[in-house]
Design a protein. Structure first.
Length: 112
């Protein structure tokens, strides 16, 4: 690890209200001076259309290349997205080689 590398960072947010973010936890791990090797974020909300959980994973093999990103969204409500998973893979410094997204919705007009 380098002299300016953040190994762990945790944020806690607490709010009141139906659509406020009640909790956010972020973990950052670095292996080099400017390269983030892993980032995990959790969001929790209250209310019918609030995001109940969101997880981000970032992995890097080079200075600016994101090799993997995973996002999970969970919502409550008739037309809310209940789950979203995104995978990003890169083989070069800035080239996205693969992206996979899954959407699951509930309701009469939702994507199943």
């Amino acid at each position: 690890m380098g002299p300016n590398a953040i190994t762990r960072q945790v944020f806690h947010y607490s709010k009141m209200g139906p659509n406020d973010i009640t909790r956010q936890v972020c973990h950052y791990s670095k292996m080099g001076p400017n390269g983030i090797s892993r980032q995990v974020c959790y969001y929790s909300k209250m209310g019918p259309n609030g995001i109940s959980r969101q997880v981000f994973h970032y992995s890097k093999m080079g200075p600016n290349a994101i090799t993997r990103q995973v996002c999970h969204y969970s919502k409550m409500g008739p037309n809310a997205i209940s789950r979203q998973v995104c995978y990003y893979s890169k083989m070069g410094p800035n080239a996205i080689s693969r992206q996979v997204c899954h959407y699951n919705q509930m309701g009469p007009n939702g994507i199943t």
